[in-house]
Design a binder for this molecule. Structure first.
Ligand SMILES: Nc1nc2c(ncn2[C@@H]2O[C@H](COP(=O)(O)OP(=O)(O)O)[C@@H](O)[C@H]2O)c(=O)[nH]1
Ligand SMILES: [Mg+2]
Length: 314
């Protein structure tokens, strides 16, 4: 049964893809075996993450990128983590028609996902969905994340190329700089370049790049006006150049190793956490101890040693 689903994904059956993503979204018991089965089939899509403040124009840019990628006869999957994304029927009413065109196109797969179910940041199921899309064989996978916060820091742990979308006169730069998010950008996008303040933002970014740790990759700054379809190709080319850099240098190998390490840690942490919850939740004596004891350190210490004596709770 499971192998059938994995095989169907490999044969590029979109319904199997949708089903598998629903499985990972619902944390289906067979999720891990499905994922480990398909992870052998990965075809190495180019993962591009778009991040930035709400309203910066990420969804608009994604829409233009889809068109650009399809014009090159390549396929693309989009995972939108933003709950206000037009993909879930929210903003951008004017773009409804265009989005419908994308939905009818078999070379495009679009899915919005909730941010729930994670200890913070990009949810586990989002990452798993990306894996499933990769196994399917899309050429490009675009991930739009929500807001400014942990998910921004998380996106770089999944994406090959992280694009930080900024807008002139938004005051984003300072906020993002403080949150340490600036560091994650492989490509800076100044969207809404039709608005005043582009040069000022560019100067600020260059100053930042000047004081940042010198890296072998110098993040380019591209200007886009997504509403006028301007700068999309330059943006896309910047992402391609970054991917090429990853493929041709040790930086790419290093990045993949770090991402894999992080993934394994996270998977183990989540599975261990479930075990810990069972260990505590299924034992009535723990409930009684919680009523008597006031010292969390003492309880944690006792339960940990009990947990370890039992060889991990089971
Ligand atoms: N003036 C201008 N408005 C834009 C541009 N790109 C997007 N917008 C508008 O900005 C608003 C938010 O865009 P959206 O793509 O939903 O942003 P997101 O929240 O980052 O996904 C929409 O009303 C867009 O039409 C641009 O290049 N110039
Ligand atoms: Mg959006």
């Amino acid at each position: 049964m499971m192998s059938t689903l994995a095989e169907r994904i490999q044969k590029q059956d979109q319904r199997a893809l949708a089903k598998a993503i629903t499985m990972v979204d619902n944390d289906h018991p067979d999720k891990l075996s499905l994922l480990s089965e398909i992870s052998g089939q990965e075809k190495k899509a180019h993962f591009i993450g778009l991040t930035g403040s709400p309203g910066a124009g990420k969804s608009s840019l994604v829409d233009r990128l889809i068109t650009h990628i399809r014009n090159m006869d390549k396929t693309v999957a989009v995972i939108a983590v933003d709950p206000t994304s037009p993909f879930s029927g929210g903003a951008l009413l004017g773009d409804r028609f265009r989005m419908h065109k994308h939905f009818a196109d078999p070379g495009v797969f679009i899915r919005s996902m909730a941010t729930r179910g994670s200890l913070g940041g990009l949810s586990r199921s989002t990452k798993d969905a990306i894996r499933v899309c990769d196994a399917f064989g899309f050429d490009y996978i675009l991930i739009e994340t929500v807001g400014v916060g942990q998910s921004e820091l998380d996106i770089m742990k999944v994406a090959d190329t992280t694009a930080l979308v900024l807008t002139p006169n938004s005051g984003d730069v300072l906020q993002i700089f403080k949150a340490g998010i600036m560091e994650i950008a492989d490509v800076f996008v100044i969207n809404k370049a039709d608005l005043p303040g582009v040069q000022k933002l560019k100067t600020q970014l260059k100053e930042f790049l000047h004081i940042a740790d010198p890296k072998s990759w110098q993040p380019p700054i591209v200007e886009t006006i997504s509403t006028e379809h301007k700068g999309i190709e330059a943006f896309f080319e910047a992402c391609e150049a970054h991917k090429k850099f990853l493929n041709e240098t040790d930086a790419g190998k290093q990045k993949r190793k770090e991402q894999l390490t992080y993934e394994v840690y996270e998977l183990m942490r989540e599975e261990l956490w479930k075990d810990v919850e069972r260990f505590i939740g299924d034992d009535p004596s723990k409930e009684i101890a919680l009523q008597k004891e006031n010292d969390p350190y003492q309880l944690a210490k006792e339960w940990l040693s009990e947990w370890r004596e039992k060889g991990g709770g089971s």
